[in-house]
Structures are given as C-alpha cells and as structure tokens.
Design a protein around this ligand. Structure first.
Ligand code: C2E
Ligand code: MG
Ligand code: MG
Ligand code: MG
Length: 285
C-alpha cells in the first residue's frame, strides 16, 4: 500500500509539472493572438507625494484579460514574452497606449507623468528609441509626461550606444527611473554617471523596516546614498502607515504601494487623482 501511495504522489507531482509546462506553452502561444485580439489593458498605480497628498506620477502596469482565465498579471506572462520575443510587440502596444493616454491627460491639464516599464529584450532592440519617438509623435505625447523605468540590473549593463540614446531622450524631457533598486548589484560609481532622475527602492528593502533595526539601517543608508547623488527617491511596495511614517523620518516623500492605492483602471485613477484644475480644464475643453 505504502508503495502504491508513494507512486501515486509521484504521478500527481509529475502531472502538476506537466500541467505547468503546458500552461506556460499555452500562454506563450496565446500572447501574440491576444495582442491581435486586443486582450491587454493597462492599470495605473499612483506615486504619491506625502507632503501634498497628491499623485505626481502613475506607473502603467500591463494586464492580460485572457478569455479563459482571470486577469493575468505580468509575472505570469512578461518573462514568457521576453523568452519568445513577443515582448517587442507587447512593448509597442504599451508604448502606444501610454503615449495616447499621456496626450489626453496633458490636453486635460493633468501633469502626472506616466511611467513605462522597459525590459532587457526591448531595450536591446536597435530601434527601441526610434519606435518610442514614433509613438510619442504619432500620439502627440509631450516628453514631459513620460518616464521610462529601467531595472537596476539592466541599467548597470547598458551599452554606450543605449546610454547615449537614453541621455538624448532625457534631454528632450522624458524622465528616467531606476526600478527595483536594491535587488541587484550596483556599481555605485556607475550609478552616479547614469542619465537618471529618480531611483525606485524595491519593496524588499522596506518590508521589515518597522520590526527590524537592521533593515532600517540598510534602508536608511540606501536612501542617503541616492539622495546624496542628487537623485529623487521613490519607495515601492509601501503597505502600511507605520512603514510610511518610518520612511518619512528617513527623508522619503514619494511613495507607491498598496497602502496608498492598488493599480486601477484609468477612469478610477482620474476620478481619484485628477486635480480640481484638471477637472476644470476638461470641462472647459
Ligand atoms: P515593477 O515595475 O516593480 O512594478 C511594481 C509591481 O509591484 C506591480 O506588480 C505592482 O502591482 C506591485 N505592487 C504595487 N504596490 C505593491 C505593494 O504595496 N506590495 C506588493 N507586494 N506589491 C505591490 P505587477 O503589476 O504584477 O507587475 C510586476 C512586474 O512586471 C513589474 O514590476 C514590471 O517589472 C513588470 N511589468 C509590468 N508591466 C509591464 C510592462 O508594460 N512592460 C514590461 N516590460 N514589464 C512590465
Ligand atoms: Mg516598474
Ligand atoms: Mg519595481
Ligand atoms: Mg519588480
């Protein structure tokens, strides 16, 4: 009996693995079709200035309204899209939608930047910057309304050609942020030379700051380092008031996280964060 049970468990385990692989293969196959069928959507999560209580920027986060599943979140399909190369088409879709949204917000008097996440495979395309500029021009998106988020590990790895194009884009008014800071290995001398405006501290660095003095020390040092380089700090993944209070003592003012707001659709974002004067501009227009 014991033997049969053991084998049974092994079979179930194998089935689960096979299912997972099949699941991944299925999602990978469905990605391009999903793009054609317009199954993707963007949600927006505010970055809030604690001094004014207002949102200053929104991060655009892609979601997949797969016809046979619940809303699929990026960790389940962005890595697959990177492997298969579908990320380039997906990234183009994101760029187009963000530029279109940014143009409309600017028209309505909203000055919140919209941040786009850029993955390694996208940035590795020789015509990445050209396509972004085309999207901006086609939609009439002001550069001052846009921001690019590049992960720490990717940022540390950029070739001179990419750095030059990023610097040129920034000179034209697009902001650049380092994403997930604290999860990779940074060359601090390099950080100083990168064409960036702000650094987003990863949630893993703030998770334990309320309960652990050590976590607090590390977080404090990282904040001091970034600010010492003259860069703005945005803290990601803030989930409680206690964390936020602690971070304010450390000198942080820009926050993004569930404690402030979850990612939401555009209508909900505008209803909650459009300034009164933006409402007036929209009504007048
Ligand atoms: P990210 O750029 O670091 O985005 C922040 C992630 O943290 C989002 O997950 C967001 O929903 C989540 N988050 C926000 N506040 C909290 C919080 O208080 N606690 C916790 N635990 N999480 C919080 P999401 O939407 O699942 O996206 C995951 C990652 O997928 C993003 O991480 C980004 O790297 C990538 N991604 C999302 N959208 C795009 C896109 O359009 N293009 C590309 N290339 N990557 C994207
Ligand atoms: Mg991001
Ligand atoms: Mg991040
Ligand atoms: Mg992340």
């Amino acid at each position: 009996h014991a033997k049969r049970e053991g084998r049974g468990r092994a079979e179930i385990y194998t089935d689960a693995l096979a299912l997972e692989a099949q699941d991944r293969a299925e999602l990978e196959r469905d990605l391009l079709m999903g793009l054609q069928r317009d199954e993707f959507l963007l949600e927006f999560q505010p970055q809030v200035d604690a001094l004014t209580g207002r949102a200053v920027a929104a991060e655009a986060l892609v979601r997949w309204a797969h016809p046979e599943r619940d809303l699929v979140l990026p960790p389940a399909f962005v890595p697959l899209a990177e492997e298969s190369g579908a990320i380039v088409a997906l990234g183009d879709w994101v760029m187009g939608r963000v530029c279109e949204t940014a143009a409309r917000w600017a028209e309505a008097g909203m000055d919140h930047r919209i941040a786009i996440n850029v993955s390694a495979r996208e940035l590795g395309q020789p015509d990445f910057f050209l396509r972004l500029r085309h999207a901006m021009a086609a939609q009439g998106a002001p550069p001052a309304m846009l921001e690019l988020e590049i992960t720490e590990s990717l940022a540390m790895d950029m070739e001179p050609r990419v750095l030059d194009q990023l610097a040129a884009l920034r000179a034209d008014g697009v902001a650049v942020a380092i994403d997930d800071f604290g999860t990779g290995y940074s060359n601090l001398a390099r950080l100083k030379e990168l064409p960036v405006d702000r650094v987003k501290i990863d949630h893993s660095l703030v998770r334990d700051i309320v309960t652990s003095a050590q976590a607090r020390t590390i977080c404090s040092a990282v904040v001091g380092l970034i600010q010492g380089l003259g860069l703005q700090v945005v803290v990601e993944g803030v989930e409680s008031q206690a964390q936020m209070d602690m971070l304010r003592v450390l000198g942080c003012t820009l926050f993004q996280g569930y404690h402030l707001a979850r990612p939401m659709n555009e209508d909900a974002y505008l209803a909650r964060y459009a300034a009164p004067d933006a409402d007036a501009a929209r009504d007048a227009g």
